[in-house]
Design a binder for this molecule. Structure first.
Ligand code: FMN
Length: 368
């Protein structure tokens, strides 16, 4: 039987309406408190016809929280804000997992009261991040985490996952991509440790697996996804053999029977600054990972359908297309032309370029 993007599918604990998922995207609309607001609930509700919404990255702790305007889930107010988002999505028949991150070395010291950012080793992230005044600022050299600090970070992920489920969100996606803390432990360009958390594939996977196991104990495996970006170079991250480390980690994840593994691999010709020019690792992960896999990166309806039909993944996620097309699934189903995104509004704050894209599909009350 051929599989297509519009087939319902079981993912972990949930039966989802289609295989057109919304990729996690930081939109920086939560203000200084990191509390999700009504506008964010509207934004996610508008996109409820995605098979699964994966939320923007959400901080598990103050020290791992460094993107101005990005939300958190470590205070009661933040948790309550997420409960309103979950209700709004569920009212429209959607499902939403919360992507949770510790930003690790990609946090500016000035954002965390002059403390140093945390990382496996003392290697600064490349590039810049806006500070609280919006001024692009270079990263400082982070502090290499002690084992106590590692234990604390594991507990922070577990506590964030608990809060997410208590808020009514359907699950969590652990952000193990894009150079943030978990990814920095996995890849050997950023992990130079000589203790149990560095060196061998097993040791570099240890932090990820400790986080996964702690979160499984808290909320159950069927509500957990993990995201990898094996071949990108964002913030200067690298690995000497991405296929080896990510295949090893994926094999260990298979044993945990999680809801899914989500692989971000921008097409080499996409012009994305995330592309490092390395060969694709996704097919190797598909071979070793015995479970539900999502593929993302520069996909179109046509290439996404091909991924699902040929079995290269079970579902596909779309990022930028969902920013400009809240009703992306309906547009695909009905052959309706896509709206163009406005990149200058991706992180700008406010309603412009956030909740004002047209809902042209109108098959379901997607919420305009
Ligand atoms: C504005 C913006 C914000 C993003 N924020 C996140 C994020 O919070 N977490 C994450 O894992 N990826 C993030 N990404 C990457 C997207 O999830 C996705 O992998 C990327 O856009 C490629 O998919 P696409 O070609 O379908 O847009 C972001 C991308 C964009 C454009």
């Amino acid at each position: 039987m051929t599989k297509n993007l519009f087939d319902p599918i079981q993912v972990g604990d949930y039966r989802l309406n289609n295989r057109i998922f919304m990729a996690p995207m930081t939109r920086a609309r939560a203000g200084a408190s990191g509390v999700p607001n009504e506008m964010m609930a509207t934004y996610y509700a508008q996109r409820a016809s995605a098979g699964l919404i994966i939320s923007e990255a959400t901080a598990v702790s103050p020290r791992g929280d460094g993107w101005p305007g990005a939300p958190g889930i470590y205070t009661d107010a933040q948790q309550a804000g997420w409960a309103s988002v979950a209700d709004a999505v569920h009212d429209r028949g959607g499902r939403i997992f919360l992507q949770i991150w510790h930003m690790g070395r990609a946090v500016l010291s000035e954002s965390i009261g002059g403390q140093r950012a945390l990382a496996p080793s003392e290697i600064a992230a490349e590039g810049e991040l806006p500070n609280s005044e919006g001024i692009p600022t270079a990263f400082d050299t982070p502090e290499a985490m002690s084992v106590d600090q590692i234990d604390e970070a594991v507990a922070e992920f577990a506590s964030a996952a608990r809060r997410a489920i208590d808020a009514g969100l359907d699950g969590v996606e652990l952000h193990a991509a894009n150079n943030f803390l978990i990814d920095a432990f996995l890849r050997d360009g950023t992990n130079k440790r000589d203790d149990d958390y560095g060196g061998s594939l097993k040791n570099r996977s240890r932090f990820l697996l400790e986080v996964v196991d702690a979160v499984v104990a808290e909320i159950g495996a069927g509500k957990i996804g993990v995201r990898f970006s094996p071949t990108n170079a964002v913030f200067g991250i690298s690995d000497s053999n991405p296929e080896a480390i990510f295949s090893f980690a994926a094999r260990q994840l298979s044993k945990r029977e999680l809801a899914y593994l989500h692989v971000l691999e921008p097409a080499l010709d996409s012009g994305s600054p995330m592309v490092a020019g390395l060969p694709s690792v996704a097919p190797a992960l598909r071979d070793v990972y015995d479970g539900f896999m999502i593929l993302n990166g520069s996909l179109t309806q046509k290439t996404g359908a091909d991924v699902v039909e040929t079995g290269r993944a079970d579902a596909v996620a779309f990022g930028v297309p969902f920013i400009a097309n809240p009703d992306l699934a309906e547009r695909f189903a009905n052959g309706i032309a896509l709206s163009e995104p406005k990149p200058e509004t991706f992180y700008s704050g406010g309603a412009d370029g956030y909740i004002d894209y047209p809902n042209g599909g109108r098959l379901t009350p997607a919420g305009q």
